[in-house]
Design a protein around this ligand. Structure first.
Ligand code: CUK
Ligand code: CUA
Length: 763
């Protein structure tokens, strides 16, 4: 390496540090096992979950974040958390709820004109094509405030929140149809469908209603279309979870229910409570919907009602058109899960040890023969349980949810009371294996386990309680997800993962290869609308525009400066700042905040974000980049000057440095030496087959992008030098070096990558 000044060498060495191989100490595996008290079984589990540095997980899991209103993303088998996605709750890191575009997304979730800044996320669903996960979109519901969110998996950002126009609570969403034509969302607690309408509880049977909503999804736009969505009006049973039919049962869907007693509690008045009254009867109802036919009826408009501006199929229309049927289910059931081939529908007993396996073929036979055992109180035809059942299997106490294996006929059901997972065969109706989990499992989830092509391999038990599993952290304890190996005949527990963000009700896992998220946006993109941002500018176009008391700033961000570096406003001005990240380099996100004005933006490469506030107090407020983006990240700042009324500019000048000709010459030499290093790295990279490595090609592009920014600066510093303005000459030469350092940093990263990944000499 050529002679090089100390600071520069240190920086470049730091960038290349990944090269050094770590020497393993002499201790053996046996020593470690003994010292840490691990068994061979533990060792096996560790080997099955350990993902070494540089390697990646095989599956990606999207878990609901429960009361956090967010989504948690983690990898399998490592169980390492990759991201939290802000959905119903503001999330500062992503600027979600602190910049203007994301505020608009959250505003989509307003109810009755009010912000609701929390959510109870329950069931995530990945978009499907032909019943298989396609990795394009994720949907999740908010049980507390009946809402549904759309997350685009190209950037893992929430794009839309819709409010259910007629429900007052919901639980059975989100579940998608096989080509994501619709996202299903079922009500939970019956209530009047009209908004802000009061009826006494004595009118439960007449005025309170349940329902299931079918949200129309426009895949091309990536948005739900409320105007093309509709709801089945249902009796005031407590609709629970849903699942769409697939393959054999394509075009149909299923929603279980409980409290078909329509019981009204009132423990404070001496009435037996809901829990007693809602589980008194021996059976509840499985709702069976012909949603494809319903779509046609809705299109024809025949008998369709409009409630709160939303299309509703009244019960009498569903009955007349043959859209809706009921089948008894054993006492207070929970969960409904269609088998991968669509032939069976499995409902768990919750208060009954059995799971009931319904046959879609038998259900269809009963419907076409007009064979019904009765009608419910609202005239909906009821198919006899015996006429629809394939089999019932006793699995244990508190069966809740079922997921499927890649092996035919093999299912897994959670047993809440027993704290166990039961593996069983639904074709033959026999139990195959049981495994204890810790503790009180709710949902369970296998890889792509609710699609038409489950991937097998792993199962996650989503446990409601963790009790004694982790280091204590006070009375509020984390929930736990336990990873289980299901590749063999016997299930094997591999890993305990605490989830400290809320109750993660349900999760879905997808083959990581199916996800193709972007690393950068097209320059000037508003990520929440996927459209060009009107506030975007390119390098050199930055400006501040003042009209009356409105100040709008068009700013850019690039390592390591914000343009402009001073924003002057008058007290009382409304300030809008548009920020475009000009970076093309992967992972070069800049953040932005202004002291005490409660704004924050996360500006990933190419993105444009707008923050807005009223400069309602005079003073000096630093703004800065909040992501540690480069060695001179701390210098990436500026001042917002909020001037008092009537303030006049002074004639004072900014303090000067005292740079000499010698300083200037030293800086120029530093620039020449650094260029030599860059040239040597470039020589190495081009001497090997770097073009075979797309990651390296991208890094090389980014490197030259940085170097390109030095254009014209040489003439600039030489011009100042000619006028003996050593201050300006030195500082502009220094700026060239700043760009060179970023170039060298990327070049060295590329070189390391090539060396570690077996690049070959060319020619
Ligand atoms: S429900 Cu069944 S245990 Cu909300 Cu999915 Cu939680
Ligand atoms: Cu940009 Cu720190």
């Amino acid at each position: 390496m050529k002679q090089f000044n100390k600071q520069g060498t240190a920086l470049l060495l730091a960038a290349g540090m990944g090269l050094a191989a770590t020497a393993w100490s002499a201790e053996s595996l046996q020593d470690v096992l003994k010292e840490r008290g691990l068994s061979q079984q533990d060792l096996l589990a560790a080997a099955k979950t350990y993902v070494p540095t540089g390697k990646r997980d095989e599956f990606v899991t999207f878990s609901s974040g429960g009361q956090s209103g967010q989504v948690i993303v983690y990898g399998i088998p490592s169980m390492r958390i990759l991201k939290y996605i802000g959905v119903f709750t503001p999330e500062p890191w992503q600027g979600y709820g602190f910049d203007e575009s994301s505020k608009k997304v959250l505003a989509g979730g307003r109810i009755d004109g009010k912000d609701i800044t929390w959510g109870d996320t329950h069931h995530p669903a990945i978009s499907e094509t032909n019943g298989e996960y396609d990795g394009q979109f994720l949907f999740i519901n908010d049980k507390a405030n009946p809402r549904l969110a759309v997350i685009d998996l190209r950037d893992f950002e929430t794009k839309q929140i819709v409010v259910n126009p007629i429900f007052k609570s919901e639980h059975g969403g989100a579940f998608v149809t096989t080509n994501t034509e619709y996202v299903i969302e079922a009500a939970q607690y019956p209530a009047p469908l009209e908004n802000k309408k009061f009826y006494p509880l004595e009118e439960m049977n007449e005025k309170y209603r349940g329902g299931v909503t079918y949200w129309k999804f426009d895949r091309k736009e990536g948005r739900i279309l409320p105007n093309e969505s509709f709801t089945f009006e249902l009796p005031p049973y407590w609709q629970d979870l849903s699942d769409a039919g697939k393959l054999a049962s394509e075009g149909w869907s299923f929603t279980n229910s409980f409290c078909s007693e329509r019981y009204v509690g009132g423990i404070e008045k001496g009435r037996p409570p809901y829990e007693a009254g809602c589980s008194a009867k021996d059976t509840d109802y499985l709702h069976v919907f012909n949603w494809k036919k319903a779509v046609e009826i809705v299109k024809s408009g025949k008998g369709i009602k409009t409630i709160n501006g939303h299309k509703v199929i009244p019960m009498e229309v569903s009955i007349k058109e043959g859209l809706l049927f009921l089948i008894p289910e054993p006492k207070s059931p929970h969960g409904v899960d269609v088998t991968p081939d669509g032939k069976f529908i499995i409902v768990a007993g919750k208060l009954d040890t059995h799971v009931s396996v319904y046959s879609f073929e038998k259900i269809q036979a009963a419907i076409s023969a007009g064979k019904f055992e009765s009608k419910d109180a609202y005239g909906i035809p009821v198919i006899g349980m015996k006429d629809a059942l394939h089999t019932q299997v006793s699995l244990g106490l508190g069966p809740l949810h079922t997921q499927y294996d890649s092996k035919p006929c093999v299912a897994y059901t959670s047993l809440y009371v027993d704290s166990q997972v039961a593996k069983w065969n639904y074709c033959e109706g026999k139990v195959l294996d049981k495994l204890s989990v810790h503790y009180n499992i709710g949902h369970l989830m296998t890889m792509e386990g609710d699609s038409t092509k489950p991937a097998g391999k792993y199962l996650v038990a989503l446990n409601k309680l963790s009790i004694d599993r982790f280091v204590p952290v006070g009375p509020l304890q984390p929930q736990s997800h336990q990873l289980i190996d299901i590749s063999g005949d016997k299930m094997q527990l591999l890993y305990d993962m605490p989830l400290p963000l809320g109750e993660p009700h349900y999760a879905v896992s997808i083959d990581a290869k199916k996800l193709k998220p972007a690393v950068r946006y097209k320059v000037g993109t508003d990520s929440r609308t996927d459209k060009p941002h009107p506030g975007a500018v390119r390098a050199g176009e930055e400006k501040t525009v003042k009209k009356g008391n409105k100040v709008e700033v068009f700013a850019t961000l690039i390592r390591s400066h914000i343009t402009p570096e001073t924003i002057e406003v008058d007290v009382g001005d409304e300030v809008t700042i548009n920020l475009t990240n000009l970076e093309r380099a992967q992972d070069e996100t800049h953040g932005f905040t202004v002291s005490t004005y409660n704004v924050h933006a996360s500006v990933e490469p190419g993105k444009t974000v707008q923050v807005k506030f009223k400069a309602d107090k005079e003073g000096v407020y630093p703004y800065y980049c909040t992501e540690f983006c480069s060695a001179l990240h701390l210098e990436m700042m500026g001042y917002l000057l909020v001037k008092p009324k009537g303030w006049k500019p002074t004639k004072m000048e900014l303090a000067k440095g005292s740079y000499t000709e010698a300083d200037y010459k030293a800086t120029v030499k530093k620039v020449v030496d650094t260029q030599a290093i860059i040239d040597s790295v470039v020589a190495y990279i081009t001497s090997v087959n770097y073009k075979d490595f797309p990651d390296v090609v991208a890094m090389v592009e980014d490197a030259f992008d940085q170097l390109g920014k030095t254009k014209g600066l040489k003439e600039k510093h030489e011009g100042f030098a000619a006028k003996k303005d050593w201050e300006n000459a030195n500082l502009w030469a220094e700026q060239i070096w700043q760009y060179q350092v970023k170039t060298a940093d990327l070049g060295l990263r590329a070189k390391t990558y090539l060396e570690q990944n077996g690049a070959k000499k060319v020619k």
